[in-house]
Design a protein around this ligand. Sequence first.
Ligand SMILES: [Zn+2]
Ligand SMILES: [Zn+2]
Length: 152
Amino acid sequence: MSLCHCGGPLPFERCCQPFHLGKALATTPEQLMRSRYSAFVTAQASYLLTTHDPETRQGLTEQVLKQSCEESDFVGLQITDVPPCEQDEGVVEFRAWYRQGKEILALWERSRFRRLESRWYYHSGEIQPAVKLGRNDLCPCGSGKKAKKCCL
Ligand SMILES: [Zn+2]
Ligand SMILES: [Zn+2]
């Protein structure tokens, strides 16, 4: 059973929230990825902006991020690949499942992370083909049930 939004086994208050509150710093790209997913779920736009690499922020604003949080209805996160990290660069591939009408779809992305002055930042992402959740698939919310008996 997952307790945090990110699918981690600890409650939100002891998993991703300390990063949002600035009480802890993510020490790996995966930790940052998970905390950013949880920040999307809980609409922490300022955290999303500050953990976005300044080099690729372009016109990104808190306003834009806030809106994208509000428009998304996330169901769960699956980390699908975490290749070994280079010193200051890392890759995390994930599926972020969200509800759209009666379907559950995944944003499937291979994200690049970069470490600057001991802090990890989201740099950029390569979007993979969209994936649709099947009725008999394991539900991405972490309940351990089939999707048709859970969130679908
Ligand atoms: Zn978490
Ligand atoms: Zn579910």
